[in-house]
Design a protein. Structure first.
Length: 406
């Protein structure tokens, strides 16, 4: 989907005057950080702001001190993605402090590498869209570029402290929920430097009008035009649990399913060979997830902030699982879904049959869809406005300066 480079660099100059130079920091663990980075950069480009955007893949900059790679030959992000695909996530809560300890162990080396990078590239603002490394990023920016603001955009609905997203060294924070704002303020961050936006960053394609009757409509996929339709998706690498979900739902009759398997062709082929009593469509990797969501009625997947937000943006209520296998930073997402009546949270996908039965009730489905439609997530368009104001903020912080976005 995305060309690779080390690090990835993209840029544009829309005006003859010297643009404001920004660096967005991302990595490929999970895929959502790169997607959010590219979505935000694309909106900035379309708006024609006088900014020059470069994007730093932090994993590639730190390859030389990637402890997991030195021991196993695999990058941390590759290990993480394999864990997601195989659902080897039950120990993630205990592994996270171990990982943070390793980050602290290499802290000075990470900071030095980043300082060298900043001095060579000279950005005037650094924007982090990643967790785990924000202390090192903040310290390196402060040392190498004392006049450059450092901004952290949380691409999770909330922090999972300590040391995931919000650090004491964080300078400006952009949060997609009130919960994340409360966490930042509880840590003592000045209210004028904590900004609230209306959700997670989404690809601008999710705001395009739907293409009724287009190539991705139900009939074009061999589906029934009127039958209730569920979309099953577990990220860019799929997940083996999709086979279990398929098996548990295969006896339903008043249903049809779309399976998006990402790059996992083995999974896609096994699903194609599964016998169902209803129509199905199995797709591998696609860049047009929004088209499939627009012809569906509900979503089944893990409670990832990106996929859940994409589903809700297209009006789909969600069915997700919350248990010991759920990544610790995604557990709040399931709580948020339940609290806002945006779908069904099951303790295990062994209960997927009962959850789908509820979704097939017309009154229940209509209620959930109405709640999803009531959300007005415009974060990808709100964040450039915030970034435009931050360079005008005076240092050091003076109480009462700046404002929050509500």
């Amino acid at each position: 989907m995305h060309p690779q480079s080390a690090p990835l660099l993209t840029g544009f100059r829309d005006e003859p005057t010297a643009p404001l130079r920004m660096t967005f920091v991302y990595f490929d663990a999970g895929g959502g950080h790169r997607s959010a980075t590219q979505a935000l950069a694309s909106v900035i480009a379309v708006e024609g702001r006088p900014w020059e955007i470069s994007c730093l893949n932090l994993q590639k900059l730190l390859d030389g001190i990637d402890l997991a790679r030195q021991l196993t030959g695999y990058r941390i992000q590759d290990v993480y993605n394999a864990m997601l695909a195989r659902r080897w996530t039950i120990g993630a809560e205990q592994l996270l402090p171990v990982f943070h300890a390793a980050v602290r162990l290499f802290h000075r080396r990470i900071v030095r590498l980043l300082e060298d990078f900043w001095r060579a590239s000279q950005p005037e603002m650094v924007v982090s869209l990643i967790p785990n490394f924000n202390r090192a990023l903040a310290e390196s920016v402060r040392r190498a570029l004392p006049s450059a603001p450092f901004v952290t955009i949380l691409t999770d609905l909330a922090d999972y402290p300590p040391h995931l997203w919000i650090e004491a060294e964080s300078e400006y924070l952009i949060c997609g929920t009130e919960r994340a704002v409360e966490q930042a303020l509880a840590m003592g961050h000045p209210p004028e430097r904590v900004f609230r936006v209306s959700g997670m960053i989404l690809n601008p394609a999710f705001y395009e009008p739907g293409d009724e009757g287009g190539t991705k409509n139900r009939r074009a996929l061999g589906l029934d035009a009127e039958r209730p339709t569920g979309l099953v998706m577990f990220g860019g690498q799929g997940a083996r649990v999709m086979l279990d979900i398929a098996r548990r739902l295969s006896a339903f009759e008043n249903l049809q399913l779309i399976f998006l398997c990402g790059h996992n062709e083995e999974l896609a082929e096994r699903l194609r060979q599964t016998r169902f009593r209803f129509p199905t469509h199995v797709e591998g990797f696609t860049e047009r997830v929004q088209d499939y969501m627009r012809i569906s009625d509900f979503f089944i997947g893990k409670p990832g902030p990106g996929s859940v937000s994409e589903a809700l943006q297209t009006g789909l209520p969600v069915v997700v699982e919350r248990n010991a296998w759920t990544l610790p930073q995604e557990r709040y997402n399931a709580d948020w879904i339940r609290e806002n009546n945006l779908g069904i949270v099951v303790p295990s996908f062994r209960q997927i049959g009962a959850a789908v039965e509820r979704m097939l009730d017309p009154a229940e489905l209509a209620r959930y869809r109405a709640n999803a439609a009531a959300l007005k997530n415009r974060a990808v368009f709100e964040i450039p406005e915030i970034l435009a104001r931050i360079p005008q903020d005076k240092r050091p912080t003076v109480a009462g300066q700046g404002e929050q976005v509500h």
